[in-house]
Design a protein. Structure first.
Length: 553
């Protein structure tokens, strides 16, 4: 009896109609894609549904390759050429059996070819395409560069060893960078430890170890990074900072480098800025309709100071650029001063600060004000001088955007006053403040209903929220078993009015500003986050993680 085909099984279990199957088969014949890929691309089924059908209907095991440390000797049984052609990777060996994770475990031609190529009996398992492609990059492409680099590492590193484009260590670092971009990492950490050099990526705000390289690779990799960032490769006792641009084909990324001496050697952190990334629109920032309306009302004013507050890595720059996008027209002169320039915008004059050359935020801002600007964007207000110039620009007819590091939006007033800005100037200049944090989105591929704990139920009911529509990610190969995929912002929008101006002049506390704003309709970041948890965009745990200081309100 001939084995059932994938399409027949999907129709039998009710995930696919006969018409949808026929349409997909027609596309498959024309494109020569795998049927599973066609069905997923057309939106007929999801990757998770395909895996579940193969796992439960046919008994084909589902493997999560990120949980495996695959032995290099097993990888050598299947050449990289076949792994890429069949989207298959071996992960375990038992006697004469070779266990192979495949995107399409029903591809009997591939299974037969692998059997003849390896001499082993093939036991297929299913894994997501993303999981297998990540594993191929991780084990084949990167391992090849690691092997070559390990064999060629010199005992004493000199600049010539790490400056040749054909050097193995150069290829290795290039692949580390591109793998980080593919993984949507914001930072790469090269952590020297007693057992080796740990390569860690920060994805969606959390670090994960990608691989561990031999300890003796540390100096040559660090030296290559220093050469790119124009740092002193001989200096290993003092921190250094630099930057470089890396391009792979049409893809360009800007990399900020920081080195720091530790007990096990120099630690290097590389911040990745994707120069190809598009500037976000407001509808991509996660604003609730109420908060978005308030923000747009601020932007409609011809002058004043609008601040975005939050810790490092809370998405402040993305919000600033989205605001600039709405204001940058041919009729106005828009000038920014930034450190660094994270996105390049058409029609905007962007200035990079260079403190070593004397071009600070304050000095650059004075020069900008002599350039007849209408709109100014200051990357960050860091000192009294910059804050003073920005405030004076706001009260003399300019629209000013900038960022501050504060725990919430109303605290921006106290921060400016602590910097030395007179209360009357704050009251006159400030239009409003957006406070924000980033929370992780629930992975749509493994989201499942969730019953909140007693404490979480109390938080929700005490604020008038329902408790019966929550979800949590169970973890799958697509989200690297975290239950989350991507991030969104939660906000609070604090709008200045005459009463708040009076409270500022009376030198009231941040708590007074906050209580007044909440009494007059300001939705706190905590409540905005809980609303998004109710809408199944994130989880209560994520909201509580980033708004712990608000829980006691």
């Amino acid at each position: 009896m001939a084995p059932k085909r994938l399409g027949e099984i999907l129709v039998e279990v009710g995930l696919l109609t006969a018409d949808q199957l026929n349409q997909a088969l027609t596309i498959q014949q024309a494109s020569r894609e795998r049927l599973g890929d066609v069905l997923i691309n057309k939106g007929y089924i999801t990757q998770s549904q395909l895996i579940e059908v193969l796992e439960f209907q046919l008994g084909i095991p589902h493997v999560q390759l990120s949980r495996y440390r695959i032995d290099p000797s097993i990888l050598k049984l299947v050449p990289e050429r076949l792994a890429k052609a069949y989207q298959a990777i071996p992960f375990r060996k038992e006697g004469t059996r070779l266990y192979v994770a495949m995107v399409d475990p029903l591809d009997f031609y591939a299974i037969d070819d692998l059997r003849m190529s390896t001499g082993f009996s093939i036991e297929p398992a299913i894994a997501s395409r993303e999981d297998i492609q990540t594993a191929i990059r991780r084990y084949y492409e990167l391992q090849e560069s690691v092997d070559a680099a390990v064999q060629s590492v010199p005992e004493v590193v000199i600049e010539e060893d790490v400056n040749r484009e054909d050097a193995p260590v150069v290829r290795l670092l290039n692949q580390i960078l591109m793998a980080a971009v593919s993984a949507r990492a914001s930072d790469i950490h090269l952590d020297p430890q007693s057992d080796g050099l740990r390569i860690r990526y920060r994805v969606d705000g959390f670090l994960r170890t990608e691989r561990v390289l031999p300890r003796h690779m540390q100096n040559v990799i660090n030296a290559r990074v220093k050469v790119l960032a124009n740092l002193n490769i001989a200096e290993q006792r003092l921190p250094q900072d630099g930057r470089f641009q890396y391009r792979e084909g049409l893809h360009a990324i800007d990399v900020r480098v920081s080195t720091m001496p530790t007990a096990h050697g120099e630690k290097v952190v590389m911040r990745i800025l994707d120069l190809n990334a598009a500037v976000l629109h407001f509808d991509q920032l996660g604003f609730s309709p109420e908060n978005l309306a308030k923000f747009k009302e601020m932007l409609s004013r011809p002058y004043g100071e609008i601040l975005i507050t939050g810790p490092t890595g809370s998405g402040k720059t993305s919000t600033l650029y989205a605001a600039l996008r709405t204001k940058a027209t041919e009729e106005v002169n828009v000038v920014t001063i930034e450190d660094p320039i994270e996105y390049q915008m058409e029609g905007v004059n962007q200035i990079q600060v260079h403190p070593a050359m004397g071009l600070t935020f304050a000095r650059g801002l004075r020069a900008i004000l002599r350039q007849d600007p209408d709109i100014l964007m200051i990357g960050e207000i860091r000192d009294e001088e910059t804050a003073e110039i920005a405030s004076r620009a706001a009260v003399t007819g300019h629209l000013v955007f900038s960022t501050l590091h504060t725990n919430d939006a109303p605290s921006a007033i106290g921060r400016l006053i602590d910097m030395g800005i007179e209360p009357y100037m704050v009251a006159s200049a400030l239009t409003g403040v957006i406070g924000q944090r980033l929370v992780r989105r629930v992975c749509p591929n493994c989201a499942a209903s969730y019953t909140p704990t007693a404490l979480e139920t109390h938080w929700l009911t005490s604020r008038g929220f329902p408790t019966d529509s929550l979800v949590v990610g169970k973890g799958c190969s697509i989200c690297n078993h975290t239950g989350y995929l991507g991030r969104l912002a939660i906000h609070e929008v604090f709008v200045m009015d005459d009463e708040i101006a009076r409270l500022v002049l009376a030198k009231e506390s941040n708590r007074t500003f906050r209580e007044y704003a909440m009494d007059h309709g300001m939705v706190t970041m905590l409540d905005d986050g809980l609303q998004k948890a109710i809408r199944q965009e994130t989880t209560i745990q994520e909201v509580m993680r980033v708004t712990a200081h608000d829980v006691s309100e």
